[in-house]
Design a protein around this ligand. Sequence first.
Ligand code: HEC
Length: 130
Amino acid sequence: MKTVLVLIVSVFSVMQNLYVNIDNTRWKAPESADKVANSIPADQASINAGKHLFNKLCWTCHGQTGKGDGPASNNLNPKPADFSTVEFNEQTDGAIFWKISEGRGAMASYKTSLSIKQRWQLVNYLRTLK
Ligand code: HEC
């Protein structure tokens, strides 16, 4: 009986590890997203508009300076991205736009709640956080 129990527990923990690993894979946008060009110039007006949206909708998880350390980030796995990193900034604008549009896990999809213009304004603002 004891061995059966140990077996069940170990199978469970293996499964849990697998699940966590799958969930933690680095989030990659599809290649097609890279080809989508930013239609909104990264001028001061669009950056300000993006900042306004960020301070309304995103900071609770991503943190006020975009380091991924907002008050709602504590229990999240994976953690919200840190926008100041090289890994984040080496992606194309199109990939960042795609992620904001589609979402994954705790990160919501903003495709329907934000316009195309607003999502590019957010991309332009996130670029200033490096
Ligand atoms: C409820 C918490 C939460 C909110 C609110 C939120 N995010 Fe996220 N965001 C996350 C998490 C968690 C991830 C990491 C998801 C993953 O890797 O599976 C993420 C990832 C991202 C990424 C991808 C980063 C990368 O590694 O390439 C972008 C871009 C992003 N968020 C932008 C935004 C923007 C813009 C907003 C506001 C409109 C926002 N997020 C609001 C939790 C949140």
